[in-house]
Design a protein. Structure first.
Ligand SMILES: Nc1ncnc2c1ncn2[C@@H]1O[C@H](COP(=O)(O)OP(=O)(O)OP(=O)(O)O)[C@@H](O)[C@H]1O
Ligand SMILES: [Mg+2]
Length: 290
């Protein structure tokens, strides 16, 4: 039984005539890590809002079809119940900060406090996620005094602490350096291994290739491609449609056209895959020499 099921989902923002999402059908299994890619305006954030119930409960407009988690639909739930099932980490971390709290610790505790979680349990859960997301040393700082990347960690922590069944992340590492990105992807993968279902809108192809189970490519509000990361991320139609493409894929495709990449070898997405592919060519050539 899939945890998440979208059937025939089409959505129009208020006063718009082109749908931001169109005919989306999607089933996601428990513990799956899905990456959503797409050029600017493809509908990635809109899909995140739809999963998280902000559409239709916050953004009005017109939603057709059904969005279900565990057999219950967003339309039949209210947002305050839904956030316990599906947690959303916003694209801009600034939008996540409550503005009501003076410290990172209080900020991360805010959701649990609102739910009336007993104080001891609250402290324990907050300390655990601060540790996990690498911001324990920021606990006493003001959320507003942090860098963008640090704010993104706080935003992630404040959602993880709620232990949602489904974690939706909208470009959660956009303001992070590669070290931060690796750490955050690591945390998220660990959560997925523990059974949390993850949907992440993301541009960073190399990271997706290493961490995601499945990739959904959105284009003009529709699912344009879907499948295993290597297969989707190296599809030759991506570039012409304005998707980002890994530089390693582009390089290897050029090499392939000049006979410098083994035709039977899948195109690389990551640096490691590219290096081993080029090493194989070199070894093959040196073996072939008399
Ligand atoms: N509040 C809104 N009202 C009307 N149209 C909107 C609204 N928000 C987004 N849109 C439109 O919906 C479409 C999808 O936008 P969305 O923000 O979901 O794209 P995205 O893939 O997240 O893009 P980005 O990579 O820039 O974050 C775009 O055409 C956008 O202009
Ligand atoms: Mg977006």
């Amino acid at each position: 039984m899939p945890v998440v099921r979208l059937q025939q989902v089409t959505y129009y923002y208020p006063l718009t005539e082109t749908p931001a999402l169109q005919d989306i059908n999607l089933e996601i299994e428990e513990g799956e890590f899905i990456a959503v890619i797409g050029p600017n305006g493809a509908g990635k954030s809109t899909l995140c809002y739809t999963l998280a119930g902000f559409i239709p409960h916050f953004y009005k407009g017109e939603l057709q079809g059904t969005v279900e988690v565990d057999g219950r639909s967003t339309q039949d739930s209210n947002l305050s119940d839904w956030v316990l099932r599906v947690g959303l980490v916003f694209q801009n971390p600034f939008n996540q900060i409550s503005g009501a709290k003076y410290t990172v610790f209080e900020e991360v505790a805010f959701g649990l406090e609102n739910r009336g979680v007993p104080r001891n349990e609250m402290i324990q859960r907050v300390e655990e996620v601060l540790e996990m997301t690498g911001i324990a040393d920021l606990a006493a700082r003001s959320p507003y005094s942090l860098s963008g990347g640090q704010q993104q960690r706080v935003a992630l922590a404040s959602i993880l602490v709620m232990q949602p069944k489904v974690l939706v992340l909208d470009e959660p590492t956009s303001q992070m350096d590669p070290i931060g990105t690796r750490e955050v992807f690591g945390v998220i993968r660990k959560m997925a291994q523990k059974g949390m279902t993850v949907v992440m809108a993301e541009h960073k192809m190399e990271w997706i290739a290493q961490f995601a189970d499945r990739v959904i490519a959105l284009w003009e509000g529709k699912i344009f491609l879907e499948g295993k990361p290597q297969q989707v991320l190296t599809d030759e139609r991506l570039a012409e449609k304005g998707f980002g493409v890994s530089r390693y894929t582009t390089t290897a495709r050029l090499a392939l056209s000049r006979g410098l990449w083994q035709a039977e070898r899948p195109l690389p997405v990551t640096l490691e895959e590219a290096v081993s592919g080029f090493a194989a060519i070199r070894n093959g050539q040196s073996k072939g020499k008399p």
